[in-house]
Write a protein that binds this ligand. Structure first.
Ligand SMILES: NC(=O)c1ccc[n+]([C@@H]2O[C@H](COP(=O)([O-])OP(=O)(O)OC[C@H]3O[C@@H](n4cnc5c(N)ncnc54)[C@H](OP(=O)(O)O)[C@@H]3O)[C@@H](O)[C@H]2O)c1
Length: 305
């Protein structure tokens, strides 16, 4: 029997529970993956509340949850030629990932680079594609100084480092506890909250771009500091100051080729991708609760092996 995270009604994390079922076999063109690691994303708990987020992902209880996963191919459907049993893969399967087994089209996963850990691989699909797409949306160069909010979070930590690789000067917002960590990555830390504009101005008199991963405060600060709206991208406050031409590029604007590139960069040690904490699947509610604090460094992971 395999374990599947399930919720039968919308609500808080208390609706999450684990059911035991026989895992299905893959159909033609599909593979079955024995999942080792599953990274959580804020959208996972937002879906639980129902409303527009759940509707956007066609989440209708009773259903599973999660997206990111990594594991080992353990069954292969007819017609699949690109994978063998035992191959290590990673990808995303919205509403199905938090389980011992995931069935997925064989052309929707990538191979896990040998140097990439399972927990990192299983946490990469959403934040990796999102960080890649958002950084590329701004066409950053070494002439830029870019503000990245939530720079120690899942998306932000990758976006800040990708921005740095363009040669740009990168200022990252975080709480004091993450400032030394960001400095070690070559990112100039500033505290978020009241007084943000003055603190950014003090370290960067000529801000030219902003990547918002947290909410309206970053957009407002960047506009006040003279950044044109079309050089601000948000993934966390779409709809805020649309009059200023703020961009809303997100993870949907990058696909498997970009995921492969970022997986290689982490595997080679060129990008740091911190794992905040790892929970056994049985503690799925604790893992969600921890993520919901909003103060994680990198990723919260469910381990299934
Ligand atoms: N549209 C898309 O394609 C897309 C894709 C992925 C994510 N998202 C959204 O983007 C947001 C970020 O996602 P994520 O996965 O990176 O989240 P996350 O990992 O949970 O973000 C955690 C980080 O947020 C920081 N933070 C907390 N309060 C803050 C504040 N007031 N100002 C600035 N930073 C603050 C924390 O820093 P400290 O610990 O130092 O306080 C922490 O490092 C979420 O709203 C998510 O739903 C959208």
């Amino acid at each position: 029997m395999a374990r599947y995270v399930r919720f039968d009604e919308f609500g808080g994390i208390d609706v999450l529970h684990i059911v035991h079922e026989d895992p299905p076999l893959p159909a033609a063109g599909e593979i079955r993956v024995q999942v080792h690691s599953v990274g959580l994303n804020p959208v996972d708990w937002k879906i639980l509340h129902g409303g527009p987020t759940a509707a956007a992902y066609h989440a209708v209880p009773p259903c599973g949850n999660g997206n990111d996963f990594a594991g080992v191919v353990d069954e292969i459907g007819s017609g699949v030629v690109d994978f063998d049993l035992g191959d290590e893969v990673l990808g995303g399967r919205r509403m199905f990932a938090q389980a011992d087994f995931v069935i997925i089209d064989a052309d929707k996963v990538i191979r896990k680079p040998a140097g990439l850990g399972m927990d990192e691989a299983g946490s990469l699909d959403i934040v990796g594609r999102t960080a890649w797409a958002t950084v590329h949306s701004l066409d950053l160069t070494r002439k830029d100084t870019v503000l990245v909010s939530a720079a120690a979070g899942g998306v932000g930590v990758l976006a800040a480092q990708l921005a740095k690789r363009t040669g740009a000067t990168v200022i990252g917002t975080a709480s004091e506890a993450n400032h030394e960590f960001l400095r070690e990555l070559g990112i100039i830390p500033v505290a978020y909250g009241e007084g943000l504009v003055d603190r950014v101005r003090a370290v960067a008199p000529h801000l030219t771009a902003a990547l918002d991963n947290n909410g309206p405060a970053t957009i407002d600060a960047a506009l006040k500091l003279g950044v044109p709206g079309n050089r601000i991208n948000t993934i966390a406050a779409r709809g805020h100051r649309t009059d200023a031409g703020i961009q809303g590029v997100g993870g949907a604007q990058a696909a498997l080729p970009e995921l492969e590139k970022i997986a290689e960069l982490i595997a080679s040690g060129d990008l740091v991708f911190p794992i905040d904490s790892v929970y056994p699947l049985e503690r799925v509610r604790d893992a969600y609760e921890h993520l919901m604090t909003g103060h994680v460094r990198g990723k919260v992971v469910l381990s299934l092996v």
